[in-house]
Design a protein around this ligand. Structure first.
Ligand code: FAD
Length: 453
C-alpha cells in the first residue's frame, strides 16, 4: 500500500495514521527542513552544525522518531540545523553515507561527520546526548533551563500500547477511570508491524496489522484517556507507582498495568533489522501461509524452532534449518517428527553471518563453525526462532514475581505479586501468546480495576 492509499484509508487524521513523510510536509516547524540529495552539499556540507534524519515510509520507528525529532528541533533549532531526507527517494546518497536502515540520524559539523550514527528505535535521550556534545556547556544550560519538570496524576497508568494495553485502556476509558497509556513507540505493539493478521475475529479478510492497530488505538482514544506515546520511558518505580517520561514528566498513578510485551532474541547479523517483516519473520503461525510451495530457511534448533519448522512444511516445499550446535536441542518426540519429514534438512554447526535481498530472494551468508567456511544460501523467506524475552528489564529495580523463563506470574484477574500492579498480554507467564489472548488479558485486568475504583 502506498502512502496515498494509506491516508485515504484514514480520513480522520491521526498521528499514527499519517506517515511521517506527509506529516513533515504538513507541519510548519521553522527549525526543521526536508532536503534531497541535490541539497546535501549546501545544506549539510556547508551547513554548520547539522543533524540529518534518513527516514522511510511505512516504518514504525521512523514515525515514532518524528515527534521526538520535532521537539528537539524546537529546543535546539537555533544552534543546530535539523534536516530530514527521504531514504527511498535518495538511495544513492544513503548508500554513500553507509545508511542501511531507517531511521538513521547522522551528525555533521562544518562538513565533517561527527559522533556516531544512531538507527532503529531511537530514544530522545540518545539524540539529546549527542546534541549536547555539539554545542557549548553554556548553550546546553540555557536550553535545559527552558525544560520545566511536570507532575501528572492518574488513577491508572498502562505501560505499553500493544493490543493488551489498548484494550485495557478502552475498558478503563469507557468506565470513566482517569487513565494514561505510555509507550516509547506508537500504539499497536507487534500487531502494528505484522503485515497480515488473518486470525483476529470480526474480519472475513486478512487485515494489515498496522490498520488493525490504527482501528484499535482510535477506538481507545475516543474514550478520552491520555496517550503519551513515542516518549522515552526514563524510569519506572512500581512500588511508588511513579513513571518518569522524557526525563521531565513524572506520572503518578494509583494502579499500574504492565503490558510491555516481549522482544525476540536476535542474531545480531547484518541485514536482520533491515529485512525484519520484509523477508525475515519471527512468527510461523502468522507468516508460514505466505510460503506455499516456496523455500524457507529456519534459524534455531530448540523446541520452538523444530515445532515451527514442522508447521511451516504444511506450506513450504523445502525447509533448511540452520542450527549452531551439532545436535538439535528440542525434545525427542519433536526430533523424531522432524526426521520423518522429508521436506526438512538441517545444517548443524552453522550460524548466520549476514542477510541480503537479491531480487525476490533472501540470501543468507552462513558460517560452518567447524571449518570456518562462509557460503551463501538463498530462499524465499527466513524464520528466526531463537526465543523471545519478556520486557521486564524496563520495569525498575523492584519487579513482580517471575516464572523461570522471566515472564510475570499473575492470578486469574492478572494481579501480580506487587500490590496494585497488574500484568497483561505477552509479558504474562502463560501458554499461548496471540492478539486475542492479549486483548482478553486487557479486558480482565481493566474490569477487575473498574470494580475496585
Ligand atoms: C512478527 C509477529 C507476527 C505476529 N502475528 C500474529 C498474528 O497474525 N495473529 C496473532 O494473533 N498474533 C500474532 N503475533 C503475536 C501478537 O502480536 C502478540 O501476542 C501481541 O501483540 C501481544 O500483545 P501485547 O500488547 O502483550 O504486547 P506487544 O504487542 O508486544 O506490545 C507491547 C508494547 O509495549 C511497548 N513497550 C516496550 N517497552 C516499554 C516500556 N518500557 N514502557 C512502555 N511501553 C513499552 C512496546 O513498544 C509495545 O508497543 C505476532 C507476533 C509477532 C512477533
Amino acid at each position: 500500500m502506498n502512502v496515498c492509499t494509506y491516508i485515504a484509508y484514514t480520513k480522520k487524521s491521526s498521528t499514527f495514521a499519517v506517515s511521517n513523510r506527509t506529516k513533515h510536509r504538513q507541519r510548519k516547524n521553522t527549525h526543521m527542513k526536508e532536503i534531497n540529495a541535490s541539497d546535501f552539499p549546501k545544506e549539510v556540507l556547508e551547513g554548520g552544525k547539522v543533524v540529518l534524519d534518513f527516514y522511510s515510509t511505512e516504518c514504525p520507528p521512523c514515525e515514532a522518531l518524528a515527534p521526538k525529532f520535532e521537539s528537539m528541533a524546537e529546543l535546539y533549532g537555533e544552534k543546530i540545523k535539523f534536516l530530514k531526507i527521504f531514504r527511498q527517494g535518495n538511495r544513492e546518497l544513503a548508500a554513500q553515507l553507509g545508511v542501511s536502515s531507517s531511521p538513521t540520524l547522522l551528525f555533521f559539523d562544518n562538513g565533517q561527520q561527527i559522533l556516531d550514527t544512531i538507527s532503529g528505535g531511537i530514544k530522545k535521550s540518545e539524540i539529546m546526548d549527542r546534541l549536547d556534545k555539539m554545542i557549548s556547556p553554556e548553550e546546553v544550560k540555557t536550553i535545559k533551563s527552558r525544560m520545566k519538570p511536570v507532575i501528572s496524576e492518574y488513577d491508572v497508568a498502562i505501560l505499553g500500547a500493544g493490543p493488551a494495553g489498548l484494550t485495557a485502556g478502552l475498558y478503563l476509558g469507557q468506565a470513566k477511570i482517569n487513565t494514561v497509556i505510555i509507550d516509547p513507540a506508537l500504539p499497536g505493539g507487534y500487531m502494528g508491524i505484522t503485515h497480515q493478521v488473518s486470525n483476529y475475529p470480526g474480519f472475513d479478510q486478512p487485515q494489515n496489522g498496522y490498520m488493525l492497530a490504527h482501528y484499535m488505538s482510535e477506538q481507545t482514544k475516543q474514550t478520552g484517556i491520555d496517550f503519551k506515546v513515542a516518549v522515552d520511558v526514563s524510569s519506572v518505580d512500581l512500588v511508588k507507582k511513579e513513571i518518569v517520561i522524557d526525563q521531565l514528566e513524572t506520572i503518578r498513578a494509583k494502579k499500574i498495568i504492565i503490558s510491555t510485551g516481549t522482544s525476540p532474541n536476535t542474531m545480531n547479523a547484518p541485514g536482520e533489522n533491515e529485512f525484519k517483516g520484509k523477508g525475515i519473520s519471527y512468527c510461523a503461525t502468522c507468516d508460514a501461509k505466505y510460503y506455499v510451495d516456496k523455500e524457507v530457511i529456519v534459524i534455531g534448533g530448540g523446541n520452538s524452532a523444530v515445532e515451527e519448522a514442522l508447521f511451516i512444511t504444511k506450506f513450504a516445499s523445502k525447509v533448511t534449518m540452520v542450527h549452531q550446535f551439532d545436535a538439535l536441542t528440542a525434545n525427542q518426540t519433536a526430533i523424531e517428527h522432524l526426521k520423518a519429514n522429508d521436506r526438512i534438512s538441517v545444517l548443524y554447526s552453522h550460524e548466520p553471518r549476514k542477510f541480503e535481498k537479491r531480487a525476490d530472494k533472501m540470501v543468507a551468508t552462513l558460517e560452518n563453525l567447524k571449518t570456518k567456511e562462509l557460503f551463501e544460501l538463498d530462499a524465499d523467506g527466513v524464520f528466526v526462532f531463537i526465543g523471545f524475552k519478556a520486557n521486564t528489564s524496563v520495569l525498575g529495580s523492584v519487579v513482580p514475581e517471575l516464572d523461570q523463563w522471566g515472564y510475570i506470574k499473575t492470578d486469574e484477574d492478572r494481579r501480580t505479586s506487587l500490590p496494585d500492579v497488574f500484568a497483561i498480554g505477552d509479558i504474562v507467564s502463560k501458554k499461548y501468546r496471540q492478539i486475542t489472548t492479549a486483548v482478553a488479558d486487557g479486558t480482565v485486568a481493566a474490569m477487575t480495576i473498574s470494580k475496585e475504583m
